[in-house]
Design a protein around this ligand. Structure first.
Ligand SMILES: Cc1ncc(COP(=O)(O)O)c(C=O)c1O
Length: 371
């Protein structure tokens, strides 16, 4: 008999992954959470060159210095943050960064506030560290934006941290600056940590992204290359924050992976240093698709919030499990809202990281099902 650790019993496998693995070739897959674009050409060349030059050995555990210097510059330019290269750790995807935070910051019984609906890894990585996920409902009437009042209500003496995610997976919401600032002030006042997952920072339409780290020292920034540079399979991201904290969190990273892949780091370095025009054209294309899906969902009668960022729509339906099955029969893969928390059984997530033509066809198919 398999005897795993008790704490694994409470952890669930991802529902999104299950949809990812559906292989019906006639179905249009709106379940996928990654850009359908290839990595930028300059990044591809940099990776090939790094291989040819033998850049295939362990790097510094925090990531090679020149890359951390570029990340430090990026944080200054884009986010007005003064974070030196020694206070940055390059990780194996944002997934590892989140795992490091959970293992390095949370104790058994600590309460960790998370957006609900939200990215499912939050709950499960919190459970793996034996802390307690405390959902903060993000409400349809607020455009699914996390509001400071909703956070305040959930703070208790056991609150150790909160995870923010703007732009959001799965709702596409972008938080207001005033809420980000006010939540940052709460973190300072009540002395808890903000883990700010900014992975969709650049995939934003006509809004400005703010990092809570601008307003409080109690913030660990999680950002990466998966979404902005379509580098999901290269598994490369970073953590940035207070030097003392990063030095401590390094212990988890060292004994987990030692360092991120050297050639992925070389790709990430080029991604930051090189021209950004591929990012801009990808985001322009996403915006066109966003406009299309928002219009078609409205015509079909599926109520949706304002989609300001990331590449997801999160319309309301009567029953998400039921809808997903019907949509599948009609040849469209979607993800039930139940995969994102306890407050979204009447939602489904549709990713528009698929071609304009496929989105049009998917909407035509959905129109035929009885809602
Ligand atoms: C909100 C959010 N955070 C983190 C991640 C993980 O990103 P990575 O590929 O860098 O591990 C994802 C991926 O879907 C995501 O949606």
């Amino acid at each position: 008999m398999v005897k795993t650790a008790k704490r694994l019993e409470k952890v669930e496998l991802s529902q999104v992954r299950k949809m990812f693995e559906i292989t019906d070739e006639n179905a249009i897959n709106l379940g996928i959470g990654e850009p359908d674009f290839d990595i930028p050409e300059n990044v591809k060349i940099a990776i090939i060159e790094s291989l040819e030059e033998g850049f295939t050995h362990y790097t510094s555990n925090k990531g090679f210095l020149e890359l951390r210097e570029e990340i430090s510059k990026k944080l200054k330019q884009d986010n007005s943050l003064a974070i030196d290269p020694e206070s940055i750790m390059v990780t194996v995807g944002a997934s590892e960064a989140l795992y490091i935070c959970a293992q390095g910051l949370f104790e058994k019984g600590d309460e960790i506030l998370i957006p609900d609906p939200g990215f499912m890894s939050y709950i499960e990585s919190i459970r793996l560290s034996e802390a307690i996920p405390v959902p903060v409902q993000v409400k349809f009437e607020n455009g699914y934006k996390m509001k400071v009042e909703d956070v305040q209500e959930k703070i208790s003496p056991k609150t150790k941290a909160i995870i923010l995610n703007s732009p959001s997976n799965p709702t596409g919401a972008v938080m207001e600056k005033k809420d980000i600032k006010a939540i940052a002030e709460l973190a300072t006042d009540y002395d808890f940590t903000i883990i700010s997952d900014e992975i969709y920072e650049k995939i934003i339409y006509g809004k400005k992204h703010y990092s809570p780290a601008e307003f409080s020292d109690n913030v660990v920034v999680v950002n990466g290359f998966s979404k902005t540079y379509a580098m999901t399979g290269l598994r490369i991201a970073y953590l940035a924050g207070q030097n003392e904290l990063i030095e401590e969190l390094l212990k988890v990273h060292q004994y987990n992976t030692a360092c991120a892949s050297s050639i992925s780091q070389a790709g990430a370095y080029e991604a930051l240093k090189g021209p950004q025009k591929t990012v801009n054209s990808m985001v322009n294309e996403f915006q066109k698709r966003r406009d299309l899906i928002a219009k078609r969902l409205d015509e079909i009668g599926l109520e949706c919030s304002q989609l300001d960022g990331a590449f997801y729509a999160f319309p309301k339906v009567e029953n998400s499990q039921d809808f997903v099955q019907k949509a599948l029969k009609a040849g469209v893969v979607t993800v039930p809202g139940t995969g994102f928390g306890q407050y979204s059984e009447n939602n489904i997530r549709m990713s528009y990281a698929t071609s304009y033509k496929e989105i049009e066809e998917a909407m035509n198919r959905l129109e035929t099902i009885k809602l």
